[in-house]
Design a protein around this ligand. Structure first.
Ligand SMILES: C[S@@+](CC[C@H](N)C(=O)[O-])C[C@H]1O[C@@H](n2cnc3c(N)ncnc32)[C@H](O)[C@@H]1O
Ligand SMILES: O=C(O)C(=O)C[C@]1(C(=O)O)C=C[C@@H](O)C=C1
Length: 285
């Protein structure tokens, strides 16, 4: 694998004019270091995506990883699930990201059916899928374009499908937001970024990364049609949500006849208990 990942030093020297942040060759070369030092909980979120996929992805289901960058989501899923459990399409607009992601995935998980497509997630011809992941990507779309994409994604999901959305967020309360942003800058300082780097990166991201409040995200998910959504992770001003196409939670393995064996009897038992408590009758869907 061409795993040359450099330390993020993009904003270390004073710039006369700070250009708009873009996912170019320079960012690609240091991206793993940049996200690790700039996104609180990035590694934990990736780890949990594999766990969520185990629960919610039907056997052999397809996954979209939108704004896949270097393919970290595909790698995380491949680290937890065997090749026959899923296939995945990663999509990214940046040619530099796509080239590098293809190399990495081919080297790291050649057995898994993971393809990387260079494209714009706003104009993709979506196929029916079981799970969609937007790991810090929606924030880069113009706010006015977010609703339309979310509706398209809702429609692309199969019954029982889930969408996982991780985002940098803003708090509606000014004082709360100021505290979160200050502690986020402390987090960056603790990870070795200088004042100059923090302030120049902030300038570069202005009007490029436009965060929503958690409330705005939940309202958008509801407008798109999702029956339920839960925030399952927050670390300072970074959060991750899961949205369910259907109102009732069902373990994907339980929906799949292939898995109705001893290995999952405990899940069946718990689900039967749940149905009894709800006064429902009848067998599994
Ligand atoms: C913060 S990165 C995502 C990180 C990645 N999901 C991960 O978990 O490591 C945002 C990515 O979204 C991509 N992106 C932004 N707008 C896009 C669009 N309209 N279509 C496709 N990709 C887009 C960028 O090129 C960039 O690689
Ligand atoms: O560095 C910041 O201020 C960030 O918001 C981190 C962030 C992100 O959230 O996407 C911004 C740009 C890069 O893609 C990596 C991380």
């Amino acid at each position: 694998m061409s795993d040359a990942s450099y330390r993020d030093a993009i904003f270390t020297t004073p710039l006369d004019r700070v250009a708009r942040f873009s996912f170019d060759e320079q960012v690609v070369a240091c991206f793993p270091d940049m996200v690790r030092r700039s996104i609180p909980g990035y590694g934990q979120i990736l780890g949990m995506l594999g766990v969520i996929a185990e629960r919610h992805l039907r056997h052999g289901g397809h996954v979209y990883d939108l704004g896949c960058s270097l393919g970290a989501v595909g790698l995380a899923l491949a680290g937890r699930l065997p090749p026959e459990a899923f296939s995945l399409t990663g999509v990214d607009l940046s040619p530099a990201m796509v080239a590098r992601a293809r190399e990495t995935l081919a080297a790291e998980c050649p057995e898994h059916a993971i393809e990387i497509v260079e494209g714009d997630i706003r104009h993709l011809d979506y196929r029916p899928v079981s799970m969609i992941v937007l790991n810090f990507t929606l924030q880069f779309l113009a706010p006015g374009e977010r609703d339309a994409l979310m509706t398209t994604l809702y429609e692309a999901l199969e019954p029982g499908g889930v969408l996982v959305l991780s985002e940098k967020i803003v708090a509606a309360d000014e004082a709360e937001n100021a505290w979160l942003v200050e502690r986020y800058h402390d987090f960056k300082r603790a990870n070795g970024y200088s004042e100059l780097e923090i302030s120049q990166k902030r300038t570069a991201l202005e009007n490029v990364l436009v965060p929503d409040t958690l409330e705005a995200h939940h309202a958008r998910l509801a407008r798109a049609g999702f029956a339920r959504a839960t925030t399952w992770f927050q670390y300072l001003n970074f959060a991750a949500m899961i949205a369910f196409k259907d109102a009732r939670y069902r373990d994907a393995r339980y929906r799949d006849a292939r898995y109705r064996d001893a290995r999952y009897r405990d899940a069946q038992y718990r689900d039967a208990q749940y149905r009894d408590a709800q006064g429902e009758t009848g067998g599994p869907r």
